[in-house]
Write a protein that binds this ligand. Structure first.
Ligand SMILES: [Zn+2]
Length: 375
């Protein structure tokens, strides 16, 4: 990585030029720096045609807050120069839509200036500080995962991994009023943050299982328990003077007996999914939010025995993004504790090296106007 002078980017039709206030360093940036070609091939196979490759110059940065400087042709000019904004990192480039900061042709916000799509840009409400606003992307990712999990207030949520994404999930679960939030992480610093964000029980997976409370929480722990549930339910219903199948279908509609936790996988390394399948209670719903970019193995028969429900969560919608922004601005979630440091552009390289091996760091922001090179 290097810091260099580049010409100011020019806003095209429907685009704005903005001055970057803060930009978050994301785990995917770390991954793409080291495995750019692999990531590019994977995205290409999914119909993403942007130029990504280790032979290309790229400006990272897709989690940012900014201030409007100028507008391209055909903009609606609702957002006047000087307005503090955030934007979804999607931009039109000809017939394609590219991810800002994840394409050689759509430079991102590890920079003083960046071009954004006007329709993807939203004003920062309530004077929310630029640093907090830069967390809209990870917070929206957490919100989207919680929505994918269809979590209700009565559910038990278990969050595996308390990095930026896991902590964002915890913040959103708490904001939703979920009363049982179990969080698990090896790092004591991250466990303390999880508690601060709203986890009701925080465990060190090196010492105890995040699923250890299954009995108190009313879950069935294994297939033997599922057999017992099926057989004893039938035996009990046989004692009533009504046809058992009517009672059974009423019970199914009311969801009797089939309680399960919703488990958020926020680690994203090979083996974690299988370890969750192996230890999770019967009928668990797993929402995969951690981005594992390697091929990973699971044992489907084990997931079948437990009738595990696995869902994957990708980013967020514009509505999730707006909601996350407004939840922060209205004080419904406090994301500021996730920020563990801020550096200038010249500090980025050393932060990348450090983040790869510092489990106590969570979200580090870049302030392009800062000269700071270390945290
Ligand atoms: Zn990201």
């Amino acid at each position: 990585m290097s810091v260099m002078e580049r010409p100011d980017p020019l806003p095209g039709p429907g685009q704005l030029l903005v001055k970057v206030l803060r930009c978050g360093i994301c785990g995917s940036d770390l991954h793409v720096r080291d495995h750019c070609d692999h990531w590019g091939r994977m995205m290409k196979s999914q119909g993403y045609r942007a130029s990504i490759g280790s032979d290309q110059e790229m400006v990272f940065g897709h989690e940012f807050s900014a201030e409007v400087i100028d507008a391209g042709p055909g903009t609606r000019t609702r957002l006047k120069p000087g307005t503090a904004v955030v934007a979804l990192p999607l931009i039109r480039r000809g017939l394609d839509i590219e991810l800002l900061g994840l394409s050689a042709h759509s430079p991102g916000a590890y920079a003083e200036r960046v071009v954004v799509q006007e329709t993807m840009t939203m004003p920062i409400p309530n004077g929310l500080p630029a640093a907090d606003a830069a967390l809209t992307d990870p917070m929206a990712t957490g919100l989207h995962a919680v929505l994918r999990g269809e979590v209700t207030r009565k559910d038990v949520a278990i969050v595996i991994g308390c990095g930026p994404v896991g902590l964002a999930v915890i913040c959103m679960l708490k904001a939703k009023g979920v009363s049982k939030i179990i969080a698990s992480d090896f790092s004591p610093v991250r466990r303390a943050m999880a508690e601060h964000c709203g986890a009701t029980l925080v465990v060190n997976p090196g010492k105890e299982s995040p699923y250890a409370q299954w009995r108190e929480l009313g879950f069935i722990n294994d297939v033997a328990g599922a057999f017992e549930l099926g057989m004893s339910s039938k035996e009990q219903l046989d004692q009533f003077p009504f046809p058992w199948w009517h009672l059974w279908s009423v019970g199914e509609r009311l969801g009797i007996g089939k309680t399960r936790p919703i488990i958020f996988e926020c680690v994203g390394v090979p083996g974690i999914l299988q370890s969750i399948i192996a230890s999770a209670p019967q009928f668990s719903r797993i929402v995969v939010v951690g981005v594992c970019m390697q091929t990973d193995a699971i044992e489907p028969a084990m997931a079948i025995n437990k009738e595990i429900d696995i869902r994957f969560s990708l980013g967020y919608t514009p509505l999730d993004f707006r909601q996350a922004l407004h939840m922060m601005a209205e004080g419904k979630v406090d994301a500021a504790p996730l920020i563990t440091g801020t550096v200038g552009l010249h500090g980025v390289e050393s932060v990348f090296d450090m983040l790869a091996k510092a489990p106590d760091q969570v979200k580090i922001l870049i302030d392009p106007s800062s000269e700071a090179v270390i945290l």
